[in-house]
Ligand binder design. Structure first.
Ligand code: C2E
Ligand code: MG
Ligand code: MG
Ligand code: MG
Length: 289
């Protein structure tokens, strides 16, 4: 009986696999075209200092402007890009474009805050990552301190290797943050050995801090631990004023989330920065400066 059942299960699985791999192949070809035809673009989500209310950074988040499907979010193609290895050229493009844009904004006087770029594990494990980063900085003329690389806990499974890579990157002058913190398996005893600058608390913990005492305790503990380790800490996925107040009361440094702003186009970033400047100029006028 069990065997029979197993066989049936296998057949169903097999049929699904076929259409799945076909889909994967189509998507892969589509993605290759996306890269060569400039269909990829970056959105930017501001990060706000809780105490001052200032924008202190922007995270670059990839979008795919597909000719038929419209704007495709990363969760629908990054996993395939990772599987196929296309994440490597795509990731290189992201880093180049994010740095180029940040430098341009600085040259135009729009903004002087760092840009964060997500690094997939496959990129992190590349032997020439340090050189890639260094070349992008040279090509774009961006100062290293304006680039922050976001890695996930899964990139740090081989602890000694990860520390080596991170030290190389830090020597260039870029900043490092751990993204989606709390969802992986990194051990706290290793965390203190990593030369990093910031922890990003995963949004799955932040979502229910007002209703779930366990989540509230987890978030409060991560913040407290991070501060004791002299790292900065940012909460992801902050959507409500209540969450903001909770995080402020617990001395979280920064927030990122829909409450402040969703990820937006470059056009919207420029609009936002101009508006902030006008408000500041107006305030200067009023205070008689
Ligand atoms: P992530 O790096 O953790 O980025 C944060 C995600 O949370 C973004 O989704 C953002 O739009 C979303 N988010 C921000 N604020 C809120 C909020 O208040 N509520 C909710 N529900 N969501 C919020 P997005 O842009 O769809 O990106 C999803 C993931 O795709 C990213 O998660 C990152 O892991 C990956 N990704 C995005 N761009 C890149 C990239 O250039 N390279 C790589 N390797 N991965 C990327
Ligand atoms: Mg991220
Ligand atoms: Mg995250
Ligand atoms: Mg994520």
């Amino acid at each position: 009986h069990a065997k029979n059942k197993g066989k049936q299960t296998y057949q169903v699985f097999n049929t699904e696999m076929k259409s799945d791999s076909l889909q994967r192949l189509t998507l892969e070809n589509d993605l290759r075209r996306a890269l060569s035809h400039n269909e990829l673009m970056l959105y930017y989500q501001p990060q706000m200092d809780i105490e001052t209310g200032d924008i202190v950074g922007f995270e670059a988040l990839i979008r795919w402007l597909h000719p038929v499907r419209g704007l495709v979010p990363p969760n629908e193609f990054i996993p395939y890009a990772e599987e196929s290895g296309l994440i490597v050229p795509i990731g290189e493009w992201v880093m180049q474009e994010a740095c180029r844009q940040n430098k341009q904004w600085q040259d135009e006087g729009f903004l002087f805050v760092p840009v964060s770029v997500n690094l997939s594990t496959r990129q992190f494990l590349q032997h020439n990552l340090r050189d890639q980063v260094s070349e992008v900085l040279q090509r774009t003329g961006l100062a290293a301190s304006y680039l922050e690389l976001e890695i996930t806990e899964s990139s740090t499974m081989d602890v000694d290797f990860a520390i080596g890579v991170l030290l190389e990157l830090k020597a260039l002058g870029v900043k490092i943050s751990i993204d989606d913190f709390g969802t992986g398996y990194s051990s706290l005893s290793y965390l203190k050995r990593f030369p990093i600058d910031k922890l990003k608390i995963d949004q799955s913990f932040v979502r229910d801090i007002m209703t779930d005492p366990n989540d509230a305790a987890i978030v409060a503990s991560i913040i407290s631990m991070t501060r004791h380790m002299n790292l900065r800490v940012i909460a992801e996925g902050v959507e409500t004023e209540d969450q903001l107040v909770f995080l402020r009361n617990n001395h979280c440094n920064e927030i990122q989330g829909y409450w402040f702003s969703p990820p937006v186009s470059t056009f919207k970033v420029e609009e936002l920065m101009l508006r902030i400047k006008q408000v500041a100029a107006h305030q200067d006028e009023e205070s008689g400066e």
